[in-house]
Design a binder for this molecule. Structure first.
Ligand code: MEV
Length: 323
């Protein structure tokens, strides 16, 4: 019998180390978080709709692009629902790209698509919509848990190779890594940063400045040190490296005065081990690693942020029950 509807959900993420540098093939380390985006699709009606409205590229850019890349002309009724604040650097567009592509591939193939195919389709969608991207966010959202991206395939008992994604001359190798329980607090500036603008801004800097290229390489080195510190459970060192990663992102120009205030407020809170912006920057969120999450959250709220603790999500893409 033909399958006429599909449902999928995918989590958001926080980047612990390596945003922006990963676009240039440097390593990054991220964690999926227990906030999800859900998409349902049904092949009914005479036009494409999203949440009851006609599909509009201005408001539904990622969905429209995914349809253009990975679907045909058959109209779909789509419903979306998200627990992830949009434009805040914690992976709302990646989770949407993963969930919509999972629904499209499921319906198109009339069979469960391999997760690596969904990850690849979601990356193409993000890349095409943003004009540039690494597969970091879509990979983490597909795989769940802790993910280390690297320009080379890594061997060893502590990493599990997931898949490789190539684009042009670059390749990214995704690995699952075990991350200890991390008490993380997110502070949201409430200002939306546009990933495409921040990525383009860094690109201009990198093209013209050896100093920026050095910063990118330093972030890559520090990410591998962070992965090692996490592996041995040295959270003080993880915090220290997060602070240094933030300094390099500041150098690259993606920090903002508001993000800086929140990072400072978190660092002054008792128990904080380290704090940095997370995601593309230019607004959005910062994260703090802390021994006293409640106190850190309170200080961030006092500084005017919307703040919340984040739980890791071991689960990535999930196909929901078909009715
Ligand atoms: C955004 O969450 C992460 C960036 O590194 C962009 C990307 O990897 O596509 C800034």
């Amino acid at each position: 019998m033909e399958l006429l509807e599909a449902h999928a959900s995918a989590p958001g993420k926080v980047i612990l180390f390596g945003e922006h540098a990963v676009v240039y093939g440097e390593p990054s380390l991220s964690l999926a978080v227990a906030r999800r985006t859900r998409v349902s699709g049904e092949t009914v009606g005479s036009q494409f709709t999203v949440n009851g409205f006609p599909l509009n590229p201005e408001f539904h850019a990622y969905i429209e692009r995914a349809i253009r890349l990975h679907w045909d002309a058959v109209p779909l009724r789509l419903q979306t629902e998200s627990e992830i604040p949009s434009g805040s650097g914690i992976g709302s567009s990646a989770a949407l790209s993963v969930a919509i592509n999972a629904v499209l591939l499921r319906l198109k193939r009339q069979a469960m698509p391999p997760v690596a195919d969904v990850a690849s389709a979601a990356f193409e969608t993000e890349f095409a919509t943003q004009g540039a991207a690494s597969p970091n966010d879509t990979t983490v959202s597909t795989a769940g848990g802790g993910v280390l991206m690297s320009p080379r395939r890594l061997e060893g008992a502590e990493v599990e190779f997931l898949w490789r994604i190539q684009r042009g001359e670059r390749e990214w190798n995704a690995h699952r890594v075990r991350i200890p329980r991390l008490p993380l607090v997110v502070g949201n500036t409430g200002m939306k940063g546009k990933t495409s603008e921040q990525v383009a801004k860094v690109r201009r800097f990198v093209e013209h400045s050896a100093f920026a290229r050095d910063a990118i390489r330093d972030i890559g080195r520090l990410t591998l040190q962070g992965a090692e510190a996490l592996r041995v459970g040295d959270l003080r060192r993880v915090g220290d490296l997060m602070n240094r990663n933030h300094g390099l992102l500041h150098t690259l120009g993606v920090d903002t005065p508001r993000l800086e205030q929140l990072v400072e407020a978190a660092r002054k809170a008792p128990g904080t081990l380290g704090a940095k912006l997370t995601g593309a920057g230019g607004g959005g969120c910062m994260i703090a690693l802390t021994e006293q999450p409640e106190e850190c959250r309170r200080r961030l709220e006092q500084a005017g942020a919307m703040a919340f603790s984040v739980e890791a999500s071991p689960e990535g893409l999930r196909f929901e029950q078909e009715r």
